[in-house]
Design a protein around this ligand. Structure first.
Ligand code: FAD
Length: 465
């Protein structure tokens, strides 16, 4: 028979949601077992955030090496050894995933390899190869994440690839079609374009990055164009034919059938929750129509003792949301009154230039009934941006008119991904435009843009008239 182990807390999935939950639960005195059928670190560390950002930063370096003529620098014969780049990317991933293993062990979390499924309200079975074992738990945190959606007319193959396939390519493709202009398609399309791939993005809606402000997206579109990327919007991908050494993608654009030849087609049209194999019914766990697990403010499902976090629950499918929820769930099962509050959750696109937002946009604030005062400041008026030769972009602060309370911030420009943290903190702390304006920011830094945008909101800017 199967061997049954009794545990306090079992965490299913060791992505940025699960491993963080496991560590926090252990810190709070629980005996924790974490189960993953794949690699520690989940999508984020292995085939998501980290490897994609590694490729993007390499792509930027490669472009910059060739594009510094304004500064009097010319470089000839700049080349990439793509297999060396992949090796380096792999080493970054390995450092982080072995770091996760070390942290789990240091916190005395038991790591079990295998695929978990529910057999009872308080028991899971874990299959590993031909063997299986059971774990009876007091508390369970489900953190099984998500997978790329496969469209029936684009079955995965060597040439029809998901983000995972794109990150693992062994060569720089000559041509690539990207289906879907969301953040993953734009980030990867942009990275490969930087390496020299001729990229065509087919986006079904009216614009790429439809969730972002038009003025921010315009900057990204301008750079994509400069990199030679062609964007077709309101383009409906119809199907793909594999040729001897590539693909032909058929799409309907403005009612006209068009065909695109490429080496690869990257399909990034969204992700679906990994619930299929979990046997949620055996524990009576409720899901939404999209298959996401329903949870309350403590990340608890409808079943006592069972929690769910990350991409498997509704909300933004982002690593930092998964980790945040992981801490809340671990604290909740340890008896603390922790609850989620997403007011300060940032969203970043590592496009060129980067886009980052936190809190409310001007439109959202107005829809919610706020009278607002907006302060916008251009990168072009910032000394650091000029000295970096990177002046495209702006920061916009949305404040409440009556008292200057910061409601939201949007940044498009170099360094946006790091700069957004200050504004998230300001929102969390309930700060006003005056607080930001009175904070002394080191000169010359991009960070000064926040101080200047706050001054604009207050009507007293120094560096723009
Ligand atoms: P996952 O990371 O998906 O981990 C789930 C884990 O559960 C996996 O390890 C899996 O093996 C395991 N598992 C699943 N089912 C079972 C089972 N039945 N039994 C045992 N184990 C199981 N987010 C950002 O915030 N910033 C970014 O820059 C960013 N870039 C991205 C780039 C790409 C190309 C992609 C694809 C995603 C990116 N994301 C980014 C999203 C981010 O990766 C996810 O939001 C995050 O990984 C979700 O974490 P999670 O813990 O919910 O699940």
């Amino acid at each position: 028979g199967e061997f049954t182990t009794e545990v306090d807390t079992v965490v299913i999935g060791a992505g940025p949601g699960g491993y963080v939950a496991a560590i926090r639960a252990a810190q709070l005195g629980q005996k924790v077992t974490i189960i993953d059928k794949g690699n520690l670190g989940g999508v984020c560390l292995n085939v998501g955030c980290i490897p994609s950002k590694a490729l993007i930063s390499a792509s930027h370096r490669f472009e910059h090496a060739q594009e510094s003529q304004d500064m009097g620098i010319t470089a000839e014969n700049v080349s990439i050894d793509f297999s060396k780049l992949q090796e380096w990317k792999g080493s970054v991933v390995n450092k982080l995933t072995s770091g996760v293993a070390g942290l789990l062990k240091a916190n005395k979390v038991d790591i079990v390899e295998g695929e978990a499924l529910f057999v009872e309200k308080d028991e899971i079975r874990v299959n590993h190869g031909y063997e299986s074992s059971r774990f009876k738990f007091k508390n369970c945190i489900i953190a099984t994440g998500s997978s790329p959606i496969e469209i029936p007319s684009f079955k995965w193959s060597d040439r029809v690839i998901s983000s995972t396939g794109a990150l693992a390519l062994k060569e720089v493709p000559k041509k690539m079609v990207v289906i879907g202009g969301g953040y993953i398609g734009v980030e990867l399309g942009s990275a490969f374009a930087g390496f020299g791939t001729e990229v065509t993005i087919l986006e079904g809606s009216k614009s790429i990055l439809p969730a972002f402000d038009k003025k921010m997206v315009a900057l990204v579109k301008k750079r994509l164009k400069k990199k030679g990327v062609t964007i077709h919007t309101e383009a409906m991908a119809q199907g793909v034919e594999e040729t001897k050494d590539g693909v032909t993608v058929k799409a309907e654009i403005n009612g006209k059938e068009e065909a695109f030849d490429a080496d690869y087609v990257l399909v990034t049209v969204g992700r679906r929750p990994n619930t299929d194999e979990l046997n949620l019914d055996m524990a009576g766990i409720e899901t939404t129509d999209r298959g996401l697990i329903k949870v309350d403010k403590q990340c608890k499902t409808n079943v006592d003792g069972i929690y769910a976090i990350g991409d498997i629950v509704p909300g933004a499918a982002l690593a930092h949301k998964a980790s945040y929820e992981g801490k809340i769930a671990a604290e909740a099962i340890s008896g603390e009154p922790s609850e989620v509050d997403y007011i300060g959750i940032p969203a970043v696109v590592f496009s060129d230039p980067e886009l980052a937002t936190v809190g409310l946009s001007e439109e959202e604030a107005k829809e919610q009934g706020y009278e607002v005062k907006v302060g916008q400041f251009p990168f072009a008026a910032n000394g650091r941006a000029l000295s970096l030769n990177d002046t495209d972009g702006f920061m916009r602060l949305v404040t409440r008119k009556e008292d200057g309370l910061l409601l939201g911030a949007q940044i498009a420009g170099s360094g946006a991904s790091d700069m957004i943290a200050e504004l998230g903190l300001a929102i969390e702390a309930g700060m006003t435009a005056e607080d930001i304006a009175l904070t002394i920011h080191a000169h010359p830094t991009l960070g000064e843009i926040a101080m200047e945008a706050a001054e604009v909101a207050l009507g007293t800017p120094i560096h723009i008239a």
